[in-house]
Ligand binder design. Structure first.
Ligand code: 5RP
Length: 215
């Protein structure tokens, strides 16, 4: 099995704390995600800062674009994003716009299936348009209501779409093995790392667990 990637969700609003957290966990993660509240609060300068400090990391900007796909995402790809997210619920025209912007910058697009009613159909159509990553995502509010991403992950993995599958939504040490075995290629972790007494130690543990599960 190819080594799954670990994506650190940087979900603080504070610019300096975000950069400091990225520094702490950098040895153990592959992708830095600038989370949606964080990118709204800090804007494109944070993309430029992380791009400059971490030239070897993949940088995902969690725009969750809902309209004006090409226009909105283009600026973030130009600033150094490797991946931007677009909402599956936005519709195919917006998804196509983000994909077009990504192609112009040699970058990639992730479809976020959060709150999509027919996830299999949306994933299939998005892949046909050229999306490289399908994101299974139980958001923070849905997590608070007791939801998890595991059933959706199994359903989408079974489709065999031939693209990478990302999973997010409360993933922690106890669930890493389950999501790797279910077929996730990108494991997104936020609170289980940034909420730990030592984020670096938590990230190191998750790296070990992901690598062990993927053998
Ligand atoms: O995109 C997000 C919320 O919309 C989060 O960044 C994602 O859910 C990962 O964080 P956590 O592991 O804490 O769920």
């Amino acid at each position: 099995m190819a080594r799954p990637l670990i994506q650190m969700a940087l979900d603080s609003l504070d610019f300096n704390q975000t950069v400091a957290l990225a520094d702490q966990v950098a040895p153990y993660v592959d992708i830095f995600e600038i989370g949606t509240p964080c990118i709204k609060y800090n804007g494109i300068n944070l993309v430029k800062e992380l791009r400059q400090r971490f030239p070897d990391k993949l940088l995902l900007v969690d725009l969750k674009t809902m309209d004006a796909g090409e226009y909105e995402a283009g600026a973030f790809y130009a600033a150094g994003a490797d991946i931007c997210t677009v909402l599956g619920v936005s519709g195919l025209a917006t998804i196509a716009g983000v994909i077009k912007a990504a192609k112009q910058h040699g970058a990639e697009t992730q479809i976020d299936l959060i709150n999509v009613a027919d996830k299999a159909d949306c994933a299939r159509e998005s892949v046909k348009l050229g999306a490289q990553i399908v994101g299974i995502h139980t958001g923070l509010d849905a997590q608070a209501a007791g939801h998890t991403p595991f059933t959706d992950l199994n359903d989408i993995a079974r489709l065999g779409l031939g693209v990478r599958i990302s999973v997010a939504g409360g993933i922690k040490q106890a669930t890493v093995q389950q999501v790797v075995e279910a077929g996730a290629n990108i494991i997104v972790v936020g609170a289980a790392i940034y909420g730990a007494p030592s984020p670096a130690e938590a990230a190191r543990e998750i790296r070990e667990l992901v690598d062990a599960a993927a053998v």
